[in-house]
Design a protein around this ligand. Structure first.
Ligand code: NAD
Length: 498
């Protein structure tokens, strides 16, 4: 059976110790085994990254960018293989996995422009014969810890820019679907990166703890669930690191009575059930303004949910694959049972679905709850499955209040034809990423991605311009070259430029 090894100092490394199983969620069968780093293995990766740092820091940004150009080409050349790997280990459909890889590659393309992005500011004659400038310098060894639901894309949010900025990197991917993360990092190595600049250590908490505790790791980027994000932010910051920790979500779509209902229903299908709802930007609540709007939306969605094409992710032309693990499917089933017992109306019930030939896969059909109340657990908590909740409200103001009171603030969207309502919504909603008639408003690579409230701990968002700031420190230099004929006088007053 194929073994997924660590990548340390440019070499495959299968340190001794227990390994973990990687399952194909469509079949329920173990397809690979993955190494499980202990603290000593993580420390070897940190030491390799430290050793590689001085030379990489001093490599001109244009040369670092050349590696990114070659990396992008290798990703394109290997797209079919990588897409299959994502789909096989995660379960998402082949086309969806291809979309994830494409969005990841866009971050590499953005990192190719790093010489421009690192240009500082310059002031001639900031004081008498004094010139001043500020520029951006790398931090040193930085690390990223990533979730299962975007095994290719989320690592690519982090290390292309971190490395292009002159840092060296340690990635700790999700242990549930680690194959594509390693395969992609190996392509970066092949693109001409010096040894030790990118390192991958697999495993779980022990490896992460070693990264948090090491004084040599200067910054941590984390993406995952809110409890872990909060804990990593707290512990990393207490250890003096720069930390950005992106957490969970409960994304609401508001449907106004004037919206194009058919368009809203169609796009909500993809936003709620695409990738089995296992997206941090998935819409999991539809807030309908007025009973008539809710009735029409539900009526339009029910036949579409019944018609969802569900099967093994690696097949082509499907709408939905399985959930990532049996344990996760059982957790989602628990939420559905609780929703029913708390009084919500389960108008589409995807439980009990079997896919012929894939009876051991972790499948679940699309579920729709109507008349969900904000006090219910299925409304308050992130389910991370193919379950959409319809909440009925009387006005746009009530919808805005509801969303602003929710603990999460990752993404949201409004369906309407009313420009004034759209403008008011976008202005007053306390959510980091907003769509107007766009249900999955995931920013493109040259903007930045991040939620508000308990969806993000830290100051700077992921990728885009914020990532250049996150992975560098600003240095301000003031310089004076007195002429040989000039005698400098002692100056006791605080210097000013004017
Ligand atoms: P998770 O929090 O279980 O795991 C994320 C990472 O943390 C993994 O690498 C895992 O090995 C590690 N980890 C798990 N437990 C740990 C512990 N106790 N100590 C240290 N490290 C630990 O998340 P997941 O189930 O892989 O991913 C799904 C979650 O991620 C959802 O909540 C989803 O909303 C969130 N997510 C958020 C974003 C975003 O941008 N805000 C993007 C993708 C996913």
């Amino acid at each position: 059976m194929e073994f997924i090894h660590h990548l340390i100092d440019g070499e495959p490394s299968d340190a001794p110790g227990a390994t973990l199983e990687v399952t194909n969620p469509s079949t329920g069968a173990v397809v690979r085994r993955v190494a499980n780093a202990d603290a000593a293995t993580a420390e070897r990766a940190i030491a390799a990254a430290q050793a590689a740092y001085p030379a990489w820091r001093d490599t001109p940004p244009a040369k670092r960018a050349q590696v990114m150009f070659r990396f992008k080409q290798l990703l394109e050349d290997n797209a079919e293989r990588l897409t299959h790997l994502v789909s096989e280990e995660h379960g998402k459909t082949f086309e969806d996995a291809g979309g994830e890889l494409r969005r990841g590659i866009e971050n590499v393309e953005y990192a190719c422009g790093v010489p421009e992005l690192l240009k500082g500011d310059y002031s001639h004659n900031a004081g008498p014969a004094i010139d001043a400038w500020s520029n951006f310098q790398p931090l040193g060894v930085v690390a990223g810890i990533t979730p299962f639901n975007f095994p290719a894309m989320v690592p690519l949010w982090m290390y292309p820019m971190a490395i292009a900025c002159g840092n060296t990197f340690i990635l700790k991917p999700s242990e549930r679907d680690p194959g594509s993360a390693l395969a992609i990092a190996e392509l970066l190595q092949e693109a001409g990166l010096p040894r030790g600049v990118i390192n991958v250590v697999h495993g779980g908490r022990e490896a992460v703890d070693a990264l948090i505790e090491s004084p040599h790791v200067k910054a941590l980027s984390f993406v995952g669930s809110t409890p872990i994000a909060e804990s990593i932010y707290g512990r990393g910051s207490a250890n003096g690191k720069r930390v950005q920790a992106l957490g969970g979500a409960k994304n609401h779509a508001v449907v106004l009575p004037d919206a194009d209902l058919e368009n809203a229903a169609n796009t909500l299908m993809g936003a709620a059930y695409g990738s089995c709802g296992e997206r941090c930007m998935a819409i999991s609540v539809a807030v309908c303004v007025g009973d008539e709007t809710a009735d029409r939306l539900v009526e339009s969605m029910l036949p579409k949910i019944a018609a969802l094409k569900i099967g093994p992710g690696t097949d082509k032309g499907l709408d939905m694959g399985p959930l990532v693990t049996g344990a996760h499917r059982d957790k989602v089933l628990g939420f559905i049972e609780e929703g029913v017992s708390s009084g919500a109306e389960l108008v589409a019930d995807g439980r009990g679905l079997t896919v012929p030939g894939y009876e051991n896969g972790f499948f679940l059909g699309g579920c729709l709850f109507d008349r969900v109340k904000p006090t219910m657990r299925i409304y308050r908590e992130e389910i991370f499955g193919p379950v959409l909740c319809v909440v009925r409200v009387a006005s746009l103001d009530e919808a805005i209040r509801l969303i602003n009171e929710h603990e999460y603030g990752n993404g949201t969207c409004l369906f309407t034809r009313d420009g004034e309502a759209a403008r008011r919504f976008a202005d007053s909603i306390e959510v980091g990423m907003v769509g107007i008639n766009v249900p999955l408003p995931v920013p493109v690579a040259y903007h930045s991605f991040g939620g508000w409230k308990r969806s993000l701990f830290g100051d700077l968002h992921a990728y885009g311009p914020d990532s250049v700031r996150f992975y560098t420190r600003r240095k301000a230099v003031s310089q004076r070259w007195p002429s040989a004929f000039e005698t400098t006088q002692a100056e006791f007053n605080f210097p000013s430029g004017g």
